[in-house]
Design a protein around this ligand. Structure first.
Ligand SMILES: Cc1ncc(COP(=O)(O)O)c(C=O)c1O
Length: 395
């Protein structure tokens, strides 16, 4: 019997599938509150939908697009980076469109590694970071993200022989799943480390606009010298509720982007042209609104409603400064998987066990703020009424 490639064996999404299957069963018996997957539940702004429809009616709208993105798209991204972060980008070479940051992340290791090369990945981390390394036949080295270090990797703990074999390092702040944030000072240390060891830095800034209480997440490219060593992915999925449109971009060092562009232009074409026009309108709208992006307040209210209700029920959780996730410590006596299953079966609340994101995620569950405040309140009430929080596992 022929077997699929061995590479696939390292792409296990077992816990995600298990939670989905269990949810189906539980939903036959009771109300279920799905706080598992980070897919935005809100539509894009009306004016963006209108731009999309108008653009779709233009002649040529349905033709193939070039992989790098239209000049208008790349110019607007450069303008937005200047406005938002004070970072200068050349639209030709330093900006390249993507079909979601997932596309860029999935293909980057193919563009930059050979079998045996090492890639430094965060643990816990968004699954494609490590998955892409396995797909390319390279070797992931996990950098632990721990509460005592503010969920930042300790660069000094990376052994020299690992750093010597590492092609690139992936970072992600604001972070999924732990929702921690980083400063430009931290990024400056990363630049020094990358220069010392000749390592490329790949920063994933997917949550740049989903931030609360006036906090504005920085770009890695704001660190002095960052463009000499790195690139950054950013996306319209979360910032503008456009996840299904599949549009994002990579910016930064043109020599680092070039090999990724070669892989991409062989694998596929560019993003649907009307979606590129919609994205241009989104960035322009954001610049004109002067930082009043609506996604921040929507998720901030959800965060506050959920955490207040859970605190009343006896579950104290550090409020995140950004992202659509709450990284919640599991009460003593449970593994994160056991606790997630109990929340589902006894309270109907679906969350993802932290261990799904790497060994260092043990001890936490990830709650996605992807329901209305009313539903989040009901979910918290259901958890309180289940009595899970005051009981030990298996009792
Ligand atoms: C950290 C992170 N990076 C990238 C992505 C993928 O985003 P996109 O829709 O741009 O592919 C996600 C989606 O959840 C994410 O959480």
């Amino acid at each position: 019997m022929r077997q699929p490639s061995k590479r696939l064996q390292n792409l296990s999404a077992a816990i995600f599938s298990e939670m989905a299957a269990r949810k189906k069963e539980v939903a036959k018996k009771r109300a279920v509150y799905d706080l598992s997957i980070g897919s935005p539940d809100q539509p894009p702004e009306d004016q963006l939908l209108e731009t999309l429809l108008d653009a779709a009616r233009q002649p040529g709208a349905f033709g193939y697009a070039l992989s790098e993105g239209t000049a208008a798209f790349r110019e607007e991204v450069a303008r937005w980076y200047q406005y938002r972060f004070g970072v200068e980008l050349a639209p030709d070479g330093e900006v390249h469109s993507l079909m979601g940051s997932q596309d860029g992340l999935a293909h980057f290791a193919l563009a930059w590694t050979d079998p045996g090369d090492i890639v430094l990945v965060p643990d816990p981390g968004y699954p494609i970071y490590e998955g892409s390394v396995h797909l390319a036949g390279a070797i992931p080295y996990r950098m632990p993200l721990r509460a005592e270090n503010g969920f930042l990797p300790k660069l000094a703990d990376i052994p020299d022989e690992i750093a010597a074999r590492a092609k690139f390092m992936i970072l992600n702040y604001p972070n999924n799943p732990v929702s921690a944030v980083a400063t430009v000072d931290f990024f400056t240390e990363v630049v020094a480390f990358a220069k010392r060891h000749d390592i490329i830095v790949v920063h994933d800034l997917a949550y740049s606009e989903m931030a609360f209480d006036g906090y504005r997440p920085p770009s890695f490219l704001q660190a002095p010298g960052a463009k000499e060593v790195g690139i950054e992915f950013n996306s319209f999925s979360k910032s503008f509720n456009m996840a299904g449109c599949r549009i994002a971009y990579v910016v930064g060092n043109s020599e680092i982007i070039k090999p990724l562009a070669i892989v991409k232009s062989n694998v596929d074409y560019g993003v649907f042209l009307p979606v590129q026009q919609m994205a241009v309108a989104a960035l322009r709208m954001d610049r004109e609104a002067g930082g009043k992006n609506s996604v921040g307040p929507v998720y901030q209210e959800r965060r506050d409603v959920l955490l207040t209700a859970l605190a009343e029920a006896g579950w104290d959780i550090e409020p995140p400064k950004a992202t659509m996730f709450v990284w919640a410590p599991v009460p003593k006596g449970w593994t994160s998987r056991e606790f997630a299953i109990a929340l589902l079966e006894e309270a109907g609340v679906v969350v993802i066990p932290g261990s799904a994101f790497g060994d260092e995620g043990e001890g936490y569950v990830r709650i996605a703020l992807v329901q209305s405040p009313e539903v989040l309140r009901q979910a918290a009430r259901s958890i309180a009424e289940s009595g899970i929080l005051t009981r030990r596992a298996g009792v």
